[in-house]
Design a protein. Structure first.
Length: 246
């Protein structure tokens, strides 16, 4: 294939999948680069477009929004699910993988097993969460998984497996609607909010990195661009304009 044919193909991919995510186009380019390297056509790699990652900042909820969100679910199970996602900065699969044996109420610690990168970590449990979890365990009597659910695709039967990813996503989305939150948010938004609020409350960035289970400090540094802290909290000049001239 000559250069024009490659460019025509990439243009077609970009147009055909215009509504899809940029990752589709990215992996098309990476796939071509890999083939060219395998075939020894290293000069072709230079002719492929350079891909720059989008530098977007995470969506973060305010503390009043989090309070409304945690009060929104009718079921205690869903309230605790949201409280763990926010209060411990858990990923979706991490909250689904929680077992009763991971809870240490005496030390007020949560053992997060085999997180991203197959790494364990401990995160603090709020006293509010401990009280809620004790009430939930007493009333629901889970046996193994902290949050049980039915197997995917089965309407009946026993709650004999861990809560599904779709179930967690549904609970978060329903709470968002009930709380009247207009910001676009996913399950991971609560993890972003956890890190940002910790930073704003004065916790150092290295401790936050360890709590999140990040392998690299650069991943955690993004929250420095979101958090409203520093030597002086950022403000709008409109505030000082009208404060000086009421």
């Amino acid at each position: 294939m000559d250069t024009d044919q490659i460019n025509d193909y990439l243009y077609w991919v970009k147009q055909e999948h215009a509504t899809a995510s940029d990752s589709y186009f990215k992996f098309t380019v990476y796939g071509l680069r890999f083939v060219f390297r395998m075939e020894g056509l290293r000069d072709k790699r230079i002719e492929l477009p350079v891909l720059k990652g989008q530098k977007t900042l995470p969506v973060v909820l305010s503390k009043p929004e989090v309070k409304r969100l945690l009060l929104a679910p009718k079921l205690l199970k869903h309230r605790l699910l949201l409280a763990l996602l926010y209060g411990c900065g858990l990923r979706c699969f991490e909250v689904r993988n929680l077992r009763l044996s991971d809870l240490d109420f005496d030390r007020r610690m949560l053992h997060v097993r085999l997180g991203k990168g197959q790494k364990d970590r401990y995160v603090p449990l709020s006293r509010h969460l401990v009280r809620g979890l004790e009430k939930y365990i007493s009333s629901e009597a889970p046996q193994d998984w902290l949050f049980h659910g039915r197997p995917e695709g089965r309407a009946g039967g026993d709650f004999d497996c861990r809560y599904s990813q779709r179930g967690v996503q549904w609970a978060v989305n329903q709470a968002r609607k009930a709380a009247g939150i207009q910001k676009p948010m996913t399950v991971h938004t609560l993890r972003h909010t956890y890190a940002t609020h910790l930073l704003e409350d004065g916790l150092d960035i290295v401790s936050i990195k360890d709590l999140l289970g990040h392998a690299c400090i650069q991943t955690t540094m993004v929250y420095l661009h979101v958090a409203q802290n520093g030597r002086r909290k950022p403000f709008s000049p409109l505030d000082t304009l009208y404060a000086a001239h009421p």
